[in-house]
Write a new protein. Structure first.
Length: 199
């Protein structure tokens, strides 16, 4: 084992750089003369190279893997089940279920958001942060079915649902605009379409 370590160090970047620096110093001494302390300078150069040169190139930080749409969809459904299992009031569970249905609509059209990553971030945040945070805050209340607590819970889910539907409506609007653009292109290429002859 020690032999292997010695061999690996001999061919390491540290050692090779140190030898190169020491050889350069010796060559300079032979050419111009570095004085009686040239051996110390050579050893110091070698040591500095070994100390300063990294042994391995630093690896790039790994990029976190984002959840797939299927994972997000399953996570959103599980949040509804989790709230129901904890005995939350029926209106609160229904409000979260409405939010889940809106989230599913967006997730089903996930590819249409590829050019709008900010919307994807919003949906991920709603599923992974906002909803769990609201549920945790609710479950920390001793009297969970207190009308005020239930009202606050429903209001939070309704607000998140509104933001989710804004994104879904934007997806629909994008689709309608694309359809209109396609229709205009067809008219420019072929003239009147059969529908234009209808009275």
């Amino acid at each position: 084992m020690p032999t292997n370590n010695a061999g690996s160090f001999f061919f390491s970047r540290k050692n090779l750089a140190g030898i190169a620096i020491a050889t350069l110093i010796i060559a300079l001494h032979l050419l111009i003369g570095l004085g009686v302390f040239w051996p110390i300078v050579a050893v110091a150069g070698y040591g500095a190279a070994v100390a300063l040169i990294p042994s391995k190139p630093q690896q790039q930080a790994s990029i976190p893997t984002l959840e797939s749409p299927a994972t997000l969809a399953a996570r959103a459904k599980e949040l509804v089940s989790s709230l129901s299992r904890h005995g939350a009031a029926t209106p609160a569970v229904e409000a979260l279920d409405d939010l889940n249905q809106s989230l599913q609509l967006v997730i089903e059209n996930w590819s249409r958001l590829n050019n709008f990553p900010e919307h994807q971030v919003t949906i991920r945040s709603i599923i992974n942060q906002y909803i769990p945070g609201v549920i945790d805050a609710y479950l920390s209340i001793p009297t969970r079915n207190d009308p005020r607590a239930v009202e606050d819970l429903i209001e939070s889910f309704t607000l998140l649902n509104s933001e989710t539907m804004k994104i879904f409506n934007a997806i629909q609007e994008q689709g309608l605009n694309n359809l209109e653009d396609h229709g205009r292109a067809l008219r420019m290429q072929f003239g009147q379409l059969p529908e234009d002859f209808k009275e």
